[in-house]
Design a binder for this molecule. Sequence first.
Ligand SMILES: [Zn+2]
Length: 269
Amino acid sequence: MRYIEPHGHMVSRVTDDYIDMVTAGCACVCEPAFWAGYDRSSVNGFHDYFCQLTDYEPKRAAKFGLPHFCWLCINPKESEDVQLAEEVVALIPKFLDRPNVLGIGEIGLNKNSRNEMKVLEMHVDLAARHNQMILVHTPHLEDKLKGTRLIVDVIKKDKRIQPERVIIDHVEEHTIKLVLDAGFWAGMTLYPESKCSPARAIDMLENYGGERLWLNSACDWGVSVPLNVPYTALEMKRRGWSAEDVDHVVYQNPLKFLSQCRKFKLPKG
Ligand SMILES: [Zn+2]
């Protein structure tokens, strides 16, 4: 089996995870910028984190033969402080030319607050000005539908952004149609407990046809299953999917979306 892990917060994981992923057939991992497990106290904390995502972590992944890409932003969880967010957004362009940077992400909303909205708009403008792709985090649980609507409206309003270069992550049954109908890609995150399970994700794939969709594992500071994409691929096969159809979802789809960034290249063979 081959697959792409499009959303793994590897700075929070151990080397055993890299070994397991490569053993399971992972062809590359993409790491959106997120919360560090604590709130950073200044823009310097983000500078160091962006160095980690663009320098140290790709080297650590390379020790296991795994190509590593990343996305940069100040995450919604820390974007209540608009002044700090302005400083971080001003810092990001310095890092955009680094070889493993794919775009701006994971931006979005956490609690749907006014300040989070302001920072979301700043990031969308940043992506438009620098012609970057966008990866979006949607809020969890009861805030998800409202948050997804707000996000879709903000991005659609900016005519400089091409929807096919935007992926909206953590969709569920009640938000997937909204995202796909607006022309965006949608990501499904496979959680070990609660929220979207492998079985629910496969139901959605069967209902929506498996185009402009990808799967990613919950792989961060919380309870995680970094191999949930290949585990879900096994479940698809058990449900009668052909090897080709599984490959389409877990490998070809993310490859197609990510290849819109000219820096995204996988080693041959
Ligand atoms: Zn994430």
